[in-house]
Ligand binder design. Sequence first.
Ligand SMILES: O=P(O)(O)O[C@H]1[C@H](O)[C@@H](OP(=O)(O)O)[C@H](OP(=O)(O)O)[C@@H](OP(=O)(O)O)[C@H]1O
Ligand SMILES: Nc1ncnc2c1ncn2[C@@H]1O[C@H](COP(=O)(O)OP(=O)(O)O)[C@@H](O)[C@H]1O
Ligand SMILES: [Mg+2]
Ligand SMILES: [Mg+2]
Length: 351
Amino acid sequence: MRLNDDNDEEEGPKTMSHCSIGHLQQEKSFVIVGYALTSKKVESFLKPKLEGLARNKGILFVAIDQNRPLSDQGPFDIVLHKLTGKEWRQILEEYRRTHPEVTVLDPPDAIQHLHNRQSMLQCVADMNLSDTYGKVGVPRQLVIKRDSSSIPDAVTKAGLILPLVAKPLVADGSAKSHELSLAYDEYSLQKLEPPLVLQEFVNHGGVLFKVYIVGEAIKVVRRFSLPDVTKRELSKNAGVFRFPRVSCAAASADDADLDPSVAELPPRPLLERLAKELRRRLGLRLFNLDIIREHGRRDHFYVIDINYFPGKVRENAWVRTYIYGFPVKPRAKPIQEKIGIVSKLLETLKN
Ligand SMILES: O=P(O)(O)O[C@H]1[C@H](O)[C@@H](OP(=O)(O)O)[C@H](OP(=O)(O)O)[C@@H](OP(=O)(O)O)[C@H]1O
Ligand SMILES: Nc1ncnc2c1ncn2[C@@H]1O[C@H](COP(=O)(O)OP(=O)(O)O)[C@@H](O)[C@H]1O
Ligand SMILES: [Mg+2]
Ligand SMILES: [Mg+2]
């Protein structure tokens, strides 16, 4: 088990047996979170600060050994995971079936839904959210499964307006799945390799909102994004421009000196409605939305991307959001109460 080695808070044992984990859980002194994450994700998410704060609040993170049967490990209250592959999904499904008392964050089939850029946005399109606070939709898009030579005709038929963003259909977190392109003319799209999604580029003032959803908690940050494309640029340029991994390279725009009409965060009540409905429709509790505001239209928003279990834990507030929002099954009453206390404590810590 990993314990927060470089943490100056309360020292703990470096290893812990199955039986002592069970003991801690039984006494209800700890909520045990088993995690199965890539090393990249362990590094970005499981910061000593998060582990330390969690441990002080009675939440213990325990690494899952992927070489041993899951049922022999724990016992866990929560299983937190971000791994790909059919084998892993099957292991988790079987574990969910045989351990209904454990909260698996989140069900593998619900996560799969986000691994395809067509199905990921379907729920948002179906919701057709529009109220006094604004309107949330998705950009018009077209899926090209095969045959790149058919793209120009397909684009004309669908009436899509240039420029278009070309995105690989699969969005599984691999480097390839983040290799996007911007196409200024439809004929150049023949150079791209299907399967892909062609999405209308929406001018949004070069700033996007990352909306992190952790159970009931929501946190919004600004990030720099692609700049607007003017009519003049569009008429002068042709071809496809590749922009690999733009979203990860993007810097925080929270402290930038921005035009207030671009920087203004989407209305909180609108985001709350959107998040609540998406949590229900997607069956997920840990995800984020990339949202843009159409430049010059204050209350017109578009969801362009949904990612499962993101978050580099950049700041204290985010660490707290994670612990604060940690969702558990309602039936685990003592744990729920514990989380309730934790939330109240953390509320008081908020900046
Ligand atoms: O698709 P985009 O819009 O880039 O969203 C990304 C991906 O989900 C990243 O995961 P992956 O690399 O698996 O695709 C995730 O990084 P981590 O999961 O490593 O933290 C990012 O977290 P933040 O950068 O914290 O927002 C999140 O913003
Ligand atoms: N329809 C769009 N209109 C304007 N910009 C977009 C659009 N789609 C994507 N982008 C830009 O491209 C970036 C990456 O696209 P995104 O769909 O979020 O893929 P990824 O999963 O690689 O983050 C976004 O952060 C945004 O800057
Ligand atoms: Mg994105
Ligand atoms: Mg993404």
